[in-house]
Design a binder for this molecule. Structure first.
Ligand code: ATP
Ligand code: MG
Length: 501
């Protein structure tokens, strides 16, 4: 199976390598061809300039001493130029340029007379055979001039320079051919090396999904197969990570992003698992108590009214605690699934605070209770029931964790666009190590103390959810042995269209 995966990856990779290689090769070919064309033009231009310069010097001589005799012309033919009287037009195929002769002298450029240039390349030697202007004719440059008197023609023999240029051109072409071949081989290696991290990424992704081959398929069929494989990612593979040792920054970033996503997924998954196991653990105790009392009743309590009553009371209390726990769990689960019913209305937060204050006065008579708020309304746009539930959690904690006689005070104020409702107590306080955890589900700062008070550790998790669901937050200020202040902060939202609504 593994070898099949390897083969698939190899197939995908080699097709990319081939395409990239071909593209790079064609680009290089284009660069070579452009360079060759430029070099050819430069060589031709340079040759013409050189010829003009030679002719310019000779024309100067002719002007000084007159055209040479026919005999002298014959002698000249042994060298590489001739100057002869023009009785017949110059022969030869090739480039004809009419224009003034440019002469270079000490003062710079000087335009000499009207002339007709003819450049003939003759038989240019190529790789196979030669390119011929006119068979049998050598490379030459002739310039016909009629400067004042007799017309004459200067002819330069270009066999030598053209031969050298053609030779240099051939060497250049051979070098370029080698360059192209070498590049073809070298590029393949470089591309393969560059693509290796992608291959590793694909392999790691395949491992995550427990897939037999890489999910880097390109066709629709392969893509749907990939979707299927992603479905297979499960908890047992969540701790797998993609190696990020590749050299390319972009690929490393991608791998790191995937790994970070897996980290978050794993953390969320583990939190969920912990939640479920904590919940089961919490339910085990009351169930065990109920079972214990049931067997007590069975054995001895049938005829003993005192035992019977004790068992009934205990079972009722445990059932009540279980009911509350299950309700809290359901609340948080609805929050997690985003299925919580939230009915937002405009109301005055002072009214809710006053209601909870009155309720607390009725149920708790062991702590002196004080309240402080302004006569002006503090308008918020929230779910009334949920805000009340949140405040009850805070007050409930203050009651539970404050020894009898300690004062509990409620305070409401509006400040900087927020409504701040705080519950302050003179209780045991929370130690600094526990403070970051008190909003976690099932967290209780002092297990032995909290077992006595009967809490489950879900109250503050619920309160935080409610605050955040309304765009607000909870603030805690606590010192061991001094007391605790918890503040619910909600955005202040004035009733649109005035007070009456
Ligand atoms: P539950 O509220 O679910 O019945 P609980 O009160 O133990 O249980 P939370 O309300 O979430 O759980 O509080 C978490 C922990 O934070 C508590 O166990 C307690 O240790 C600590 N705590 C919360 N409020 C106070 C307070 N006002 N004073 C001292 N400790 C507090
Ligand atoms: Mg609580």
């Amino acid at each position: 199976m593994a070898s099949k995966g390897k083969k698939d990856r190899g197939g995908i990779r080699s097709s990319i390598v081939l395409r990239l290689n071909l593209r790079l090769w064609l680009r290089l070919l284009g660069i070579y061809l452009t360079t060759d064309l430029l070099l050819l033009l430069l060589a031709l231009g340079g040759l013409l300039l050189w010829c003009d310069r030679q002719c310019g010097d000779l024309a100067g001589l002719v002007e000084e001493r007159g055209a040479p005799s026919a005999e002298a012309t014959e002698w000249m033919a042994a060298g590489n130029y001739t100057v002869s009287a023009l009785d017949t037009p110059p022969e030869g195929d090739g480039l004809r340029v009419l224009g003034r002769l440019i002469r270079f002298n000490a003062l710079g450029l000087d335009l000499f007379g009207e002339g007709e240039r003819t450049l003939s390349l003759g038989d240019v030697p190529l790789f196979f055979g030669s390119w011929s202007g006119r068979p049998g004719q050598g490379a030459s440059y002739s310039l016909a001039l009629a400067n004042g008197g007799e017309p004459y023609v200067i002819t330069l023999d270009l066999e030598g320079p053209v031969g050298v240029l053609a030779y240099a051109g051939r060497i250049l072409l051979v070098c370029q051919l080698f360059g192209l071949l070498l590049n073809l081989l070298k590029n393949a290696g470089t591309i393969k090396k560059t693509l290796r991290p992608i291959q590793d990424l694909a392999a790691a992704a395949a491992r995550l999904g427990n897939a037999p081959s890489a999910p880097a398929g390109m066709s629709p069929k392969e893509l749907s197969a990939l979707a299927g494989r992603l479905d297979q990612i499960n908890a047992s593979h969540l701790d797998d990570r993609i190696p990020v040792s590749g050299t390319q920054k972009e690929l490393r970033d991608l791998a790191e992003a995937i790994n970070a996503m897996l980290d978050r997924l794993e953390a969320a998954y583990r939190a969920q698992m912990r939640f479920v196991s904590d919940a089961s653990h919490e339910l085990r105790t009351p169930i065990a108590v109920i079972q214990g009392y049931a067997s007590l009743l069975d054995r001895w309590g049938k005829d003993d009214p005192a035992t019977r009553q004790e068992a009934i009371d205990a079972i009722r209390a445990e059932a009540e605690a279980m009911k509350e726990l299950v309700e809290q769990l359901l609340f948080l689960a609805r929050g997690d699934n985003d299925t919580m019913q939230v009915e937002l209305t405009h109301f005055d937060l002072t009214e809710v605070a006053a209601q909870v204050f009155r309720e607390t006065e009725l149920i708790d008579r062991t702590h002196p209770l004080t309240a402080r708020w302004e006569p002006e309304p503090v308008p918020v746009y929230a779910d009334l029931g949920l805000v009340k539930q949140c405040l009850r959690v805070l007050v409930d904690n203050s009651i539970k964790y404050t020894p009898a006689g300690g004062e509990i005070s409620l305070k409401l104020e509006a400040a900087e666009g927020t409504a701040r409702l705080s519950v302050q107590d003179e209780g045991d306080g929370i130690d600094p190590q526990s403070l970051p955890h008190i909003f976690e589900r099932f967290y209780r700062a002092d297990q032995s103390r909290d077992r006595k008070t009967g809490g489950t550790g879900l109250g503050l998790a619920i309160a935080r959810y409610i605050a955040e669901r309304h765009g607000g937050w909870l603030e805690v200020l606590s010192r061991r042995g001094v007391g605790t202040r918890m503040t619910l902060v909600l955005p202040l939202t004035p009733v649109p269209g005035g007070e009456g609504e």
